[in-house]
Design a protein around this ligand. Structure first.
Ligand code: XBP
Ligand code: MG
Length: 261
C-alpha cells in the first residue's frame, strides 16, 4: 500500500481566507481606477466565485450582469488589463500583511517539512499571487518549501478541471495514491478528485454549504492545539486539529477502501 509522500495544497480559501477581504476589494479597486461603476458586493462575489480564474470571472460578470456594456474592440486585452491592475492591488494587500494564513496551515506545513513530506501547490490564482502570499503571509523563504507551484494559466483548463492537479502530480513524479490534496471549495474538490486525489477540506464562509460528499474529511479550519476544529464530515479519530498523524491515518484508511473496491 503506497505511503503518504506529498501534500498538495490549494491556495485561496485553503492556505488563507483570501477571497472576501482580499481578491474582492482588489477587483473593486481595479474597476474604480478604470472608471467602471462595477462594484462586487460580498454577496455578489460569492455567486461569481462559481467561476474560477479572475479573468474568466470578469468575463462572466460582463456576460451575466452587463448586457449593455459596450465592449472595447480588444475585449481580451481590456480584461487582461483589469486583471493585471487587480493583481497589483491584491499583492499590495498581501505585502501589507492584511491576509493571514488560516488556523493550522503554518503549523501543518512546518510539520510536513520537518517530517520530509514533499509539498506542492495547485491553484487557479496567478503565480504572482501565490508568491506574494507565501512570502508575506507564510515565511520570506517559503517559496522554496514547495517543489511544485502549479498556478493559473499554466494549464489549459482551470478548476473544476483536473488539469492543475494532474500537472502537479506529473511534476512531482508521484501517483495520486501517494498524495493528499487540501481544498476549500466545490470547484476545488471536483478538480482534485478528478485527478484521483484523496482530498481533505476546510470550508469558509463562501463554501460551507458546498457538496463535499467525496471528501475524506471536512473541517471548519485546520485547527491548532488550543483552537480545536469542528468536524463537518468524515472521521477525525478523536483529533481536534489536523496533524501528520491524523493525515497518515486518513490516507491509510482511504488506501484500504480503494483496495476493497
Ligand atoms: C481561487 C480562484 C482564483 C481567485 C482569484 O483559486 O478561483 O481565481 O479567486 O485569483 P484557488 P485570480 O482556490 O484554486 O486557489 O484573480 O488570480 O484568478
Ligand atoms: Mg480555493
Amino acid at each position: 500500500m503506497p505511503t503518504l509522500q506529498a501534500l498538495i495544497f490549494d491556495v485561496d480559501g485553503t492556505l488563507a481566507d483570501t477571497e472576501r477581504d482580499g481578491h474582492r476589494p482588489a477587483f473593486n479597486r481595479a474597476f474604480k481606477d478604470a472608471g467602471l461603476d462595477w462594484v462586487w458586493s460580498v454577496q455578489l462575489y460569492g455567486e461569481l466565485l462559481a467561476v474560477t480564474g479572475g479573468k474568466e470571472r470578469i468575463r462572466h460578470y460582463v456576460d451575466r450582469y452587463c448586457p449593455n456594456f459596450e465592449r472595447p474592440a480588444d475585449f481580451d486585452a481590456f480584461v487582461a488589463g483589469l486583471h493585471q491592475a487587480k493583481t497589483h492591488y491584491y499583492t499590495s494587500l498581501l505585502a501589507n500583511g492584511e491576509i493571514p494564513m488560516r488556523p493550522g496551515a503554518v503549523r501543518l506545513l512546518r510539520e510536513a517539512r520537518a517530517d520530509g513530506l514533499r509539498l506542492a501547490i495547485a491553484t487557479t490564482t496567478t503565480p504572482a499571487n501565490v508568491e506574494a502570499l507565501l512570502r508575506y503571509s507564510l515565511h520570506a523563504d517559503s517559496l522554496d518549501w514547495f517543489e511544485v507551484i502549479a498556478a493559473g494559466d499554466m494549464v489549459p483548463a482551470k478548476k473544476p478541471a483536473a488539469d492543475i492537479y494532474q500537472y502537479a502530480l506529473r511534476e512531482l513524479g508521484l501517483p495520486a495514491s501517494a498524495c493528499l490534496a487540501f481544498e476549500d471549495s466545490r470547484n476545488g474538490i471536483l478538480s482534485s478528485t478528478a485527478a484521483d486525489l484523496g482530498t481533505v477540506v476546510a470550508v469558509n464562509d463562501y463554501t460551507r454549504g458546498h457538496d463535499f460528499s467525496s471528501a475524506l474529511l471536512v473541517v471548519d479550519h485546520w485547527g491548532e492545539p488550543d483552537l480545536p476544529f469542528e468536524v463537518l464530515r468524515g472521521e477525525a479519530h478523536g483529533a481536534s486539529f489536523l496533524d501528520l498523524g491524523l493525515l497518515r491515518r486518513i490516507h491509510a484508511d482511504a488506501q484500504r477502501r480503494r483496495q476493497q473496491v
